[in-house]
Design a protein around this ligand. Structure first.
Ligand code: HPA
Length: 362
């Protein structure tokens, strides 16, 4: 493999000049620069990233610690994080916390050992000592999707409050009154916020959120199934179940079908997160869609700002309701009902080729 010395010999310049060209230093004559670049090309020289990181104290690498790589929402987030990072000249190493705080800390430790330039974290919960220490001791960090209150780190998240209000308004208009929720862990901000927003929205319609209609889940499918089993065992089961993430919706659907019940004839189902398979169930599932690509891009840009010494900003982007038919006749074409300002194209029918979940990423 060609070395920097070989490039210097081929170009007829010093090693220092080659180094200046590779680091885009301005004090190199155009002729020398051209000869160096031609030599790099001829010899197929690849700069040694490790050696360069020792010189510059930068690895141009970001760490991304996500809560659950098997959750399609986070998989999609990771995809767009990598894409934006690449556009800004960074590589990404991903750690999957599997919703476990101790695993989150393990990944944070490993990534810091690898001298990443900064960390994007979607915290599994707020009790990960190492993550908090790293944030407090000035490691460039941005929270994405979830955050830890009281920690001074920029947060890039989507705000689902209005979309949840729209969902409850939609269900109310359809005549549903017994509305249940499958909550995420109370240790996560997304777990708490979605229940709070749902409770507030019910209150606006004069409806209580009774304890029996709150299922405690953990953002995983099995917990959605268990919570729905419990709802179905009640003397008066709910008319609609709102799962606060896509995996718990999958579990809920399993339980409903396992009882030989039909959606929405026997019970309605709605979900937070909008993922492609929601379009392919019968009927397609009413969902709250997050601007995942925009979130990922904003998170990477905020982290690059921290790393590169610019003032970063926290970002909150609205989620939106996508009405399908899983809660009753809301209209197959009634995308984003209830929000006049929703950025959807009125009258555009949703088809598998043009699902709302993908439109939000264009
Ligand atoms: N957990 C699980 N699924 C999600 C989340 C979350 O915090 N946010 C969006 N989808």
């Amino acid at each position: 493999m060609a070395s920097i010395k070989d490039v210097a010999a081929e170009a007829g310049v010093s090693v220092a000049t080659v180094s200046r060209v590779l680091n885009s230093h301005p004090s190199v004559s155009p002729g020398a620069r051209a000869r160096v670049l031609a030599a790099v090309d001829t010899l197929g020289y690849r700069p040694n990233a490790v050696a360069r990181s020792l010189r510059t104290d930068q690895t141009r690498t970001l760490g991304l610690v996500i809560s659950d790589v098997l959750n399609p929402y986070f998989t999609e987030l990771a995809r767009f994080v990598e894409e934006e990072a690449r556009a800004l000249g960074y590589s990404v190493i991903i750690g999957n916390a599997d919703e476990r705080p101790e695993l989150q800390d393990h990944h944070v430790r490993t990534l810091l050992d690898r001298r990443i330039d900064g960390l994007l974290v979607s915290p599994a919960d707020g009790r990960s000592p190492l993550t908090l220490d790293a944030a407090r001791s000035g490691t460039p960090m941005v929270f994405v999707d979830r955050w830890v209150p009281g920690v001074d780190v920029p947060v890039v998240r989507s705000d689902g409050r209005q979309a949840i209000r729209d969902l409850v308004g939609h269900l109310h208009r359809l005549g549903h009154r017994r509305l249940a929720i499958i909550a995420g862990p109370a240790a996560t901000t997304t777990g708490r916020e979605r229940v709070d927003a749902f409770r507030d929205a019910l209150r606006e319609h004069g409806l209580p959120l009774i304890d029996a209609y709150i299922g405690q889940g953990d953002f995983q499918a099995e917990s959605g199934r268990r919570a729905t089993e419990a709802f179905l065992a009640l003397a008066e089961p709910p008319e609609v179940v709102f799962a606060t993430d896509n995996l718990m919706a999958l579990g809920a659907l399993d339980a409903i079908r396992g009882h030989g019940l039909r959606v929405p004839r026997d019970i309605g189902l709605a979900a937070f997160d909008d993922i492609p398979w929601f379009l392919h169930t019968d009927p397609p599932i009413t969902a709250i869609s997050q601007p995942t690509a925009e979130l990922a891009r904003a998170a990477v840009r905020a982290l690059a700002d921290v790393i590169e010494g610019r003032p970063p900003s926290s970002v909150s982007l609205p989620a939106r309701l996508v009405v399908r038919r899983s809660c009753g006749e809301g209209g197959a074409h009634a995308e984003s009902a209830g929000r006049p300002e929703a950025p959807d194209v009125p009258g555009t029918p949703e088809t598998p080729d043009h699902p709302a979940s993908q439109r939000s990423n264009l």
